[in-house]
Design a protein around this ligand. Structure first.
Ligand code: 3PG
Length: 204
């Protein structure tokens, strides 16, 4: 399975209340976005991954903001089916390689991309996409390094997502815009489903 090919957009989700995890995941899947990245940025993130893994079988649930080997172990134990990291260190990449699940290690420069490619890793997260150079930077990387594909995240919105998705070295994009904090707080999962459906249609 390539995470990059599951859907044009991977929702990057910050869950503050574990009770929202299952309805949120159901709404994203119903909208057409099965791959969901729950970031390890809140105290209930692992519990949220566990709930979604157990109760939303159609979701491909992953862990994001994976920063340490301990995060890798805890994520896989919770049921994460893929891992995403904002950057890459040798220890983190070793742990992700040994995890048994697919992963997108983070890179933001040509040297970081080459270091990961040297290890046989050719599907990466490009982060933080906007500040690191955005579409122009990815376009420039595709010349000398055409065999590496990316999921850019950081600063991506419905308005600029199509520009990224049109690049030959972009498999999908990620972002937090699909799950606005106010919609989650209000339990407005219909809005989440609508945003997901609009995003799922982006590659049209
Ligand atoms: C990430 O962790 O991938 C980014 O923080 C998502 O960035 P966004 O909020 O700009 O979509």
């Amino acid at each position: 399975m390539s995470i990059l090919d599951l859907a044009p957009v991977v929702p990057v989700v910050v869950i503050d209340d574990v009770e929202t995890a299952v309805p949120l995941a159901r709404a994203l899947v119903a909208g057409g976005l099965p791959a969901i990245e729950v970031t390890l940025r809140t105290s209930c993130a692992l519990a949220a991954i566990e709930r979604i893994a157990a109760e939303v079988p159609d979701a491909v649930i992953g862990a994001g903001t994976v920063r340490t080997p301990a995060d890798v172990a805890a994520s896989v134990k919770a049921g994460a089916r893929f891992l995403v990291s904002p950057g890459s260190t040798p220890a983190l990449v070793d742990a992700m390689t040994g995890s048994g699940v697919p992963f997108l290690p983070g890179a933001a420069t040509a040297s970081e991309v080459l270091a990961l490619a040297e290890r046989g890793l050719t599907e990466l997260k490009f982060f933080p996409a906007g500040p690191a150079g955005g579409v122009a930077y990815l376009k420039a990387l595709a010349g000398p390094i055409p065999d590496v594909r990316f999921c850019p995240t950081g600063g991506i919105k419905p308005e600029n997502a199509p520009e990224y998705l049109a690049l030959p070295n972009v498999g999908c994009v990620g972002g937090t815009w699909l799950t606005p904090a106010d919609a989650l707080a209000a339990g407005d999962f219909a809005r989440v489903e609508k945003l997901a459906a609009e995003a799922a249609a982006l590659r049209g």
